[in-house]
Design a protein around this ligand. Structure first.
Ligand code: PLP
Length: 448
């Protein structure tokens, strides 16, 4: 591996330039001592500053399932910049935004047919939470303000997202957030090393009913969950859990939001988690895979009747129905990227490819059971999470060490908290799964 000064020299960067960038969600001090620079990407591989090929075991950040630098998307984006680089997001439209909105609905469960564009998962969550509250106000239920999230839920980093989110360190530094409550996660001891959906856990929805009894449904706007929690380390829902969640929300007139920023567009072997589990929410959020990670874009998706609630009570026709939106909502370049990315997904039948590769991946990742320090393995589709036993007094050290060893061996896996996460490219081959799992196993066995 190159030394820091060699990496900087290869990238033509100075120490001052390295210092200038406050990197997000990164241990800046560690990275700046030991910079791992990616200079290009193609297909399933990155090239680092040294010219090494590194297998992308997280598809970007759950973004690039179809592989990096797909020529179809690159071409669509270049053409779009030349033709219409920007068009005001407000008061004017451009055709591709309408085309993409409609195209997205092809991938959504029946009835989810109104699309509000954002630029990220966090903005999609923020939009869903605001729409949920505003919806109840439009309906004359002004006290329905509270949100219910889940422990270990991840919903991005904006105020709404960290309020409903259930990962402690993401909230602790920032002080008071929105009024929210959290139901338990579903990582029960009896579900350890479960392949796919655990059998046990649907009973946990009782806690939601107790919470509704405590706060009263007249004060609760929405419940938000990821159909499969991703960032907390891949936690598939227990059998029957989401169906019970849907029933309770419907019974008590509480909106159900599925955050499908990771699960949308193929990761689980279906178009969405909602489709995979046969449960349709009232609002959904998507991002990441919609443009195959090429251009930032997200969206909030809902039913026609929710949209119509705003239209019907919107005042004079020239008045805004909802004062919410972003300068870059429905950006022409993102729309061009989205249309091309969804074509790639469909033409290459990548969603069904995920489904057909998932059993091989499941067996492969679970073959690591019994390796030192692995306390749990979970998987679904082409996603998996491993819980790593903490080193004494150093809760996050081992996952970091494992990810760095993998990187040295030519494999990118993500570490976070006490977890290692894998999110394979949808085009992965069996031999690549074997090599990745071997490298991961070796990296864990090499730990002291
Ligand atoms: N929601 C979920 C489920 C996510 O996994 C993420 C990001 O990983 C987000 C929201 C936030 O998305 P972004 O980082 O694009 O703001």
């Amino acid at each position: 591996m190159q030394s820091k000064s060699e990496v900087l020299a290869s990238c033509n960067l100075s120490q001052e330039q390295l210092d200038s960038y406050w990197m997000p969600y990164t241990a800046n001090r560690e990275f700046k001592k030991n910079p791992r620079m990616i200079v290009s990407a193609e297909g399933k591989y990155y090239t680092d500053a040294e010219g090494r090929q590194v297998f992308d075991g997280l598809s970007g950040l759950w973004t690039c399932g179809a592989g990096h630098s797909r020529p179809e998307i690159t071409e669509a984006v270049s053409k779009q910049i030349a033709q219409l680089d920007y068009s005001p997001a407000f008061q004017f439209g451009h055709p591709k935004a309408f085309e993409l909105a409609h195209r997205i609905t092809d991938f959504m469960p029946d009835g989810m047919d109104r699309v509000f564009f954002t630029n990220s998962g966090s903005e999609s969550v923020e939009t869903a939470l605001k729409v949920a509250r505003a919806y109840w106000r439009k309906k004359g239920h002004g006290t329905k303000n509270r949100f219910i999230g889940r422990v270990k839920g991840y919903h991005g980093v904006n105020w709404g997202g960290i309020s409903v989110g259930g990962i402690g360190p993401n909230k602790a530094m920032f002080g008071p957030a929105l009024e929210t409550s959290h139901i338990q996660h579903t990582m029960l001891p009896e579900n350890l090393f479960c392949k796919g959906m655990p059998e046990t856990g649907a009973h946990l929805i009782t806690e939601l009913e107790e919470m509704i009894a405590l706060y009263d449904a007249s004060n609760i706007a929405a419940v938000i969950v990821e159909p499969m929690a991703g960032s907390a380390g891949v936690i598939p829902p227990p059998v029957g859990y989401l169906k019970r969640l849907r029933e309770v929300c419907t019974k008590h007139n509480i909106l159900l939001i599925f955050d499908e920023v990771i699960t949308g567009f193929g990761r689980m072997g279906s178009n969405t988690g909602a489709e995979e589990f046969g449960v349709t929410p009232d609002l959904m959020t998507i991002a990441k895979q919609v443009t195959n990670g090429t251009v930032p874009m997200g969206a909030m998706i809902t039913r026609k009747d929710v949209y119509e609630t705003f239209m019907e009570n919107g005042g004079p026709e020239y008045a805004l129905e909802i004062p919410h939106g972003y300068t870059y909502s429905g950006h022409p370049v993102a729309c061009a990227a989205g249309l091309a990315a969804l074509d790639v997904l469909e033409n290459d039948q990548l969603v069904s490819r995920v489904k057909s590769m998932a059993p091989y991946f499941e067996e492969s990742v679970h073959s690591l059971k019994g390796t030192q320090y692995i306390n749990d393995i979970r998987n679904y589709g082409l996603a998996a999470g491993l819980t790593i036993e903490a080193a004494p007094g150093e809760p996050m050290l081992r996952p970091y060490q494992i990810a760095m060893k993998c990187w040295e061996k030519g494999f990118y896996v993500r570490y976070g908290g006490d977890m290692i996460q894998l999110g394979l490219p949808f085009t992965v081959e069996k031999e690549e799964i074997d090599s990745l799992i071997n490298a991961l196993g070796e990296s864990i066995r090499e730990l002291d």
